[in-house]
Design a protein around this ligand. Structure first.
Ligand SMILES: CC(C)(COP(=O)(O)OP(=O)(O)OC[C@H]1O[C@@H](n2cnc3c(N)ncnc32)[C@H](O)[C@@H]1OP(=O)(O)O)[C@@H](O)C(=O)NCCC(=O)NCCS
Length: 158
């Protein structure tokens, strides 16, 4: 296996624990910084989180670098009537950001949604201040749709 290769793997409970030990919350996803708190690993909380994600309307992926989980990516609000879903992503901590991994993971997720799920449009949104995420979405091919109530909305149509 090429160790630097990024891949997506459906999240397992074990990978979820590996990911969340060593996790840092990123301030760029908090519109209200009063809600920001440093992340503390809690085994029970991770189990609950993993259980809550076992839901047919979403797929929780581990973003893998070689054999290590370096982030999570969700295809959520999967709607097979309109063939749409929404992408969200969060890398584990600053050590793995800014190296092209998020861009690659988003490319793989869009490809998975189109090819494996038969989705025709993937949506995404970011808070206004998260210009890094906006830049990455646009780099991947998402189109800016609108700005509303502090959020910027993007869409990638097949
Ligand atoms: C957003 C995220 C997924 C991006 O993944 P990443 O691996 O860090 O990003 P990449 O290295 O692939 O690309 C970063 C790009 O943003 C650019 N960038 C970095 N900081 C930036 C900023 N403040 N404003 C605009 N662009 C910025 C980089 O120059 C690079 O672009 P380039 O390749 O054209 O030079 C990741 O940083 C992350 O998980 N952040 C925390 C959670 C989050 O914000 N999730 C999105 C919620 S909507």
């Amino acid at each position: 296996m090429v160790m630097d290769e990024i891949s997506l793997c459906v999240m397992t409970r074990e990978l979820c624990h590996q990911l969340y030990s060593g996790w840092d919350n990123d301030p760029l996803i908090y519109a209200d910084m009063k809600l920001f708190a440093a992340y503390k690993y809690d085994k029970n909380a991770v189990n609950k989180y993993f259980d809550a994600k076992q839901n047919p309307s979403l797929i929780l992926f581990a973003i893998m670098k070689g054999e290590s989980p370096i982030g999570e990516l969700q295809l959520k609000q999967i709607d097979m009537t309109y063939k749409e879903c929404t992408l969200s992503i969060h890398l584990k901590n600053d050590a793995v950001k800014g190296k092209g991994y998020g861009t690659r993971a988003e490319q793989l997720a869009v490809q998975y949604a189109f090819d494996m799920l038969g989705i025709v449009a993937v949506n995404a949104d970011t808070i206004e201040k998260n210009t890094r995420s906006q830049h990455v979405l646009e780099k991947v091919g998402f189109r800016f749709i609108r700005e509303e109530n502090g959020f910027k909305y993007y869409r990638y149509e097949r």
